[in-house]
Design a protein around this ligand. Structure first.
Ligand code: FAD
Length: 263
């Protein structure tokens, strides 16, 4: 299988880099072909701006979505963006790896999503009509592929538990797992999260490294998070609300969008 790791850490001697190398080694040992987009090492341009749309006439006001649609359709996106899109189409599995910074991904990785998920590629895919609201949330250009996060945190596991002050980790990662990965079609695996890593000693590192190896060994078989598919009949079109009969009393928020939440 082909695996793409998109990696966001500025330091080659970091814990994250060491964990990435363990993941790559384990995947290659089991016969996978692995490519890594190391965003800092690549000098990835992290913001969307006019330079992303070289064929946009200078006197046109930049509207990102239409400019993106036009450039994607014309094959006129910049070479760095097209190269990442090709890697996504090549990969059977996408892994995003990053340290949790301010409860989310580092800006350089968000900028990778903003630029690589062009209109027509990451969004704006499929029929938009009274009967269908595009191919997204389980359908889309990347449907049939798997994706997962590898995340490290300074905070303890308890801080991210259901009563923890930071909020549950599944809630914090929902915008990435559901909004960035499930949206263009991926089956999203439960994340690998290494907590409380800032003063990790050799023993702690060994434990995290082994847990990561175990997760890499089951990358192709682990059951995905059971996010509901937008076009699977659970949602009302065009309001995109979960059908009333599927909403268990008292259950609200992100948990509604997992089918295991049914009563
Ligand atoms: P490093 O600093 O590279 O290493 C961490 C420890 O691992 C070190 O003690 C190192 O010695 C040890 N280590 C053991 N073995 C190895 C090895 N083989 N190779 C390398 N290192 C090893 N945390 C939160 O919980 N929530 C947040 O919202 C949050 N926001 C943050 C925002 C910013 C801007 C920053 C800078 C940090 C934030 N943090 C937050 C903390 C952050 O998530 C952690 O610092 C990060 O996950 C640690 O990963 P690292 O790769 O940078 O670790």
């Amino acid at each position: 299988m082909n695996v793409l790791i998109v990696f966001a850490h500025p330091e080659p001697r970091s814990l994250n880099t060491a964990l990435r190398d363990i993941a790559v080694e384990e995947l290659r040992a089991q016969g996978d072909t692995v490519r890594v987009s190391d965003l800092h090492a690549m000098g990835w341009k992290p913001t969307v701006d006019r330079a992303d749309f070289p064929t946009l006439p200078p006197d046109h006001r930049l509207q990102v979505a239409p400019a993106s649609a036009q450039a994607f359709a014309a094959g006129a996106l910049t070479d760095d963006v097209r190269a990442e899109q090709e890697k996504l189409l090549w990969a059977d599995v996408l892994i995003l790896q990053f340290p949790l910074w301010w409860f989310s991904m580092p800006a350089i990785l968000k900028g990778w999503v903003d630029r690589v998920y062009a209109y027509g590629f990451g969004y704006g895919v499929g029929e938009h009509s009274d009967r269908r609201w595009g191919d997204r949330y389980g359908d889309g250009r990347l449907a049939g592929k798997r994706a997962m996060l590898i995340v490290t945190t300074g905070g303890w596991a308890e801080h991210y538990s259901p009563r923890g002050i930071n909020g549950p980790i599944d809630d914090l990662l929902f915008p990435i797992n559901h909004g960035i990965l499930h949206y263009p079609g991926y089956d999203v695996l439960p994340p690998f999260v290494a907590y409380r890593v800032d003063r990790l000693d050799d023993e702690g590192f060994g434990t995290v490294a082994e847990a990561l190896r175990v997760r890499m060994r089951s990358l192709h078989t682990t059951a995905p998070i059971p996010f509901r598919r937008q076009n699977g009949g659970d949602y009302v079109i065009p309001t995109l609300e979960l059908r009333e009969d599927l909403a268990r009393p008292g259950l609200t928020g992100f948990a509604l969008h997992r089918s295991e939440a049914e009563g």
